[in-house]
Design a protein around this ligand. Structure first.
Ligand code: HEM
Ligand SMILES: *[C@@H]1O[C@H](CO)[C@@H](O)[C@H](O)[C@H]1NC(C)=O
Ligand SMILES: *[C@@H]1O[C@H](CO)[C@@H](O)[C@H](O)[C@H]1NC(C)=O
Ligand SMILES: *[C@@H]1O[C@H](CO)[C@@H](O)[C@H](O)[C@H]1NC(C)=O
Length: 329
């Protein structure tokens, strides 16, 4: 009897230790409602800052979502993308939503007035990205908070760590698995391209002389090529922008997956997700085409965003709470 109780307590102890280890090993320690007593207005303040900007410029949704992704992939989700100045991450990313930066700055100013020194810039960005998706008629999800801000922001880190539009599927998978995100997370999160636009500079190489062939990328659908070529004529300066989800760039939906299935992907990295046998089945499952149980894009996206939002986070006494989001204290 005594020994079985002992055994039970050992088992219990091991289970608890394992649970504690799991939470620390994944660098988490963020939780939903982290500010519920210290700054209860945080969610409504961020939401209204996003909403008011959205009224004058709906492209801000895509900007905020992309900024949170970039933040998480470079130095972890620590607000480092928001720091301005020569040689910072911000300077490495072509035309990263200026609009998005000012939304975060607005929310931060209001929160500093209400509860000084409490809410991190990294958390404001994570909340704003969720609110942006909601405004685009996408899903909502509970955002764990408690991230702290980092103090390092280097352009070179952004260049080294961010996936690029010509990346192979192999390289995309590697960049996600390096951050404990799965192949399914890759397909789900790049579904963020249901919103927003890409500049011609990011896919010009596909249109006229793909890999020195003197012709277009053969994976572009024949009836889509003229659309891309007229938006981005030969020898353009790269600045014009094209919806990544043709016909539905302001609506959060699965038509991005339908487009890549039909050879109507704009970025080469996106188009490849359909043809590769590791990623293609997930695209098929979002579209209910078989290859495994159907996947619900809205539900999966929220869960994957929570996982992405935990990449490399600083919690506890690590990092700082920045006073202004564009500069370290
Ligand atoms: C393999 C991964 C990815 C690659 C290679 C990639 C690449 C790109 C590129 C090249 C652009 C166009 C940039 C420009 O020309 O201004 C873009 C835009 C965008 N990306 Fe990604 N991306 C990836 C993953 C993600 C993820 C995980 C998200 C969010 C969850 C995301 C959200 C966005 C959004 C919303 C835009 C539109 C921005 C706007 O219209 O202002 N991307 N991405
Ligand atoms: C990924 O998980 C490993 C082990 O669980 C952990 O050591 C590492 O810090 C995590 N990486 C990131 C970027 O969160
Ligand atoms: C960024 O925006 C500026 C001004 O709108 C434009 O001149 C430039 O070509 C853009 N760069 C890219 C890579 O889209
Ligand atoms: C994908 O195809 C390659 C080459 O045909 C094969 O070796 C590999 O096992 C396949 N992988 C999956 C996940 O189906």
């Amino acid at each position: 009897m005594a020994s079985s109780i002992n055994r039970m307590s050992v088992v219990l102890f091991l289970a608890m230790a394992a649970a504690i280890m799991l939470t620390t090993v994944h660098g988490q320690g963020t939780r939903v409602g982290f500010y519920s007593t210290t700054c209860p207005s945080v969610e409504t303040t961020v939401r209204s800052a996003v909403q008011s900007r959205f009224g004058s410029d709906p492209t801000v949704m895509a900007g905020l979502l992309r900024m949170h992704f970039h933040d998480c992939f470079v130095q972890g989700c620590d607000g480092s993308v928001l720091i301005s100045g020569t040689g910072t991450e911000r300077t490495a990313i072509p035309n990263l939503s200026l609009n998005g930066f000012t939304v975060v700055d607005d929310a931060k100013a209001q929160l500093e007035a209400a509860c000084p020194g409490v809410v991190s810039c990294a958390d404001i960005l994570a909340l704003a990205a969720r609110d942006a998706v909601v405004l685009a008629n996408g899903p909502t999800w509970a955002v764990p908070t408690g991230r702290r801000d980092g103090t390092v922001s280097r352009a070179q880190d952004a260049l080294d760590n961010l996936p690029g539009p010509s990346d192979s599927v192999e390289s995309q998978i590697q960049k996600f698995t390096d951050r404990n995100l799965s192949v399914q997370d890759l397909v789900t999160l790049t579904g963020g391209h249901t919103l927003g636009t890409a500049s011609c500079a990011t896919f010009n190489d596909r249109l006229f002389n793909y890999q020195g062939t003197g012709g277009p990328d053969p994976s572009i659908a024949a009836d889509f090529l003229p659309t891309l070529r007229s938006a981005c004529p030969q020898n353009n300066n790269g600045a014009a922008r094209v919806a990544m989800d043709t016909g539905s760039q302001n609506e959060f939906d699965t038509s991005y997956y339908t487009n890549i299935r039909n050879g109507r992907g704009v970025l080469e990295s996106d188009q490849r997700l359909w043809t590769d046998n590791r990623t293609g089945p997930f695209v098929g499952r979002f579209l209910g085409l078989g290859g495994g149980p159907n996947l619900n894009f809205n539900a999966e996206f929220g869960q994957a965003m929570v996982r992405m939002g935990n990449v490399g986070v600083r919690t506890g006494t690590d990092g700082e709470i920045r006073r202004v989001c564009s500069a370290v204290n």
